[in-house]
Design a protein around this ligand. Structure first.
Ligand code: HEC
Length: 91
């Protein structure tokens, strides 16, 4: 009886560890995918969902900083993504 119980517990623990590992690994993959994207890519993907993606010449570098902060709350993007997009638009 006891031996069977121990086997079951071991099985459950291995299963849980596997799940934790899978979540951790896939979490890292998502972060990698985001960090490998350029500002231009992120701009094209995120900034034309609601309106035309704005041309980099439309605003001054200082204005793009403000636009970036304002549109970050609309586009629900991370600080890293926003900084990359703003850097691209400021060029
Ligand atoms: C969820 C929708 C949404 C997303 C995504 C979005 N915007 Fe906007 N954007 C708006 C709305 C709505 C306005 C109107 C002004 C306001 O919200 O104050 C606007 C206005 C603007 C304006 C001002 C336009 C003008 O001519 O005055 C700029 C510039 C801009 N967005 C840039 C961006 C950039 C850059 C991104 C990508 C990071 C972005 N937007 C992503 C909704 C969005």
């Amino acid at each position: 009886m006891k031996a069977i119980f121990n086997k079951k517990i071991t099985f459950v623990i291995i299963g849980l560890l596997g799940m934790v590992l899978a979540v951790t690994v896939s979490g890292c993959k998502v972060n990698e995918a985001i960090s490998s994207k350029t500002g231009a890519q992120l701009w094209g993907e995120n900034c034309r969902r609601c309106h035309n993606a704005p041309d980099p010449n439309t605003f001054s570098p200082e204005q793009w900083k403000t636009v970036g902060m304002h549109m970050q709350t609309r586009a629900l993007i991370t600080n890293v993504e926003r900084d990359k997009i703003v850097a691209f638009l400021q060029q």
